[in-house]
Design a protein around this ligand. Structure first.
Ligand code: ZN
Ligand code: ZN
Length: 212
């Protein structure tokens, strides 16, 4: 069974998700936003072993805690990122643009691909390439748990900004309609910022997507 511990961390109040298979105790961090020590302490409390860092995208506020986590582990975690966000990762996730400086941590060595399946113990995560906020943004959908981690693609009553380098409004809308609104209505959306929502709720009420 999948366990999910959410955190809201860092200067942009970014959501990080510590996810673990309760059977094998293998854990991953989806967007180790900031304060890696806080995420680590929670994993230790449960006896979970963090083996993976999975990035929805490379913005600095989503990866700022990676170095602290990796440095504290005996084995370097496997870092997964879509290759289209590699240039952004190399540019510290755009941190200098916002007056920040971060240690981006270990280099991503797993290239995410649309349709790929990531395994955490018994739990399968489908990778959905959902660009628009950044060129490489990916969502991670777990059909058995009816949950989708969607980064800064879509938020409760809002959507990701497209005015940063690599952003594109038409592409963002296309990603939401093709990759998110095709999921069952009851699917929980766990976003990069703000409160959780569902696919059905956003279809009905997201003002940026034709709802009211
Ligand atoms: Zn972002
Ligand atoms: Zn963000």
């Amino acid at each position: 069974m999948l366990e999910i511990v959410p955190f809201t961390l860092g200067p942009a109040m970014t959501n990080a998700y510590l996810v673990a298979d309760s059977t094998t105790k293998e854990a991953a961090v989806i967007d180790p936003a900031w304060d890696g020590d806080v995420i680590l302490a929670e994993a230790q409390k449960h006896g979970w072993r963090i083996a993976h860092l999975w990035y929805t995208h490379a913005h600095f506020d989503h990866i700022g805690g990676a170095a602290a986590i990796a440095d504290a582990l005996n084995q370097t975690p496997l870092v997964a990122l879509h290759p289209a966000d590699q240039p952004l990762w190399r540019a510290q996730g755009g941190a200098p643009l916002f007056g920040f400086k971060i240690d981006p941590g270990p280099e991503p060595t797993i290239d995410l691909v649309n349709g790929q399946v990531l395994h955490l113990g018994e739990v399968a995560f489908q990778v959905r390439h959902t660009p628009g906020h950044t060129p490489g943004l990916c969502s991670f959908y777990v059909p058995t748990e009816s949950v989708c981690f969607c980064g800064d693609l879509i938020f409760r009553d809002s959507v990701g900004r497209t005015d940063l380098p690599g952003g594109d409004w038409g592409t963002l809308l296309d990603s939401i309609h093709k990759q998110i609104f095709t999921l069952p209505d009851e699917t929980r959306l766990l976003s990069g910022h703000g409160l959780e929502t569902t696919v059905g709720e956003e279809k009905r009420s997201n003002p940026f997507l034709g709802g009211m």
